[in-house]
Design a protein around this ligand. Structure first.
Ligand SMILES: [Zn+2]
Length: 59
């Protein structure tokens, strides 16, 4: 398996990517894609980065 971003061999730590950088690139693309898609509804309840999150609990 190779990195879908640059085609280099995948690193286990970052699979399916070869590096943190490529993982970030893919994440950026994914976010860009989602931002480009117009919301079909204005209903709240979707994952909202500005929403109040409960405080993290210890596992
Ligand atoms: Zn890569």
């Amino acid at each position: 398996m190779s990195c879908p971003i640059c085609g280099k061999p995948t690193a286990a730590e970052y699979r399916p990517f070869c590096s943190r950088r490529c993982a970030d690139v893919d994440l950026g693309r994914w976010l860009t894609e989602s931002y480009r898609i117009p919301a079909e509804t204005d209903e709240p309840g979707e994952e909202d980065p500005d929403a109040e999150d409960p405080p993290p609990k210890a596992h």
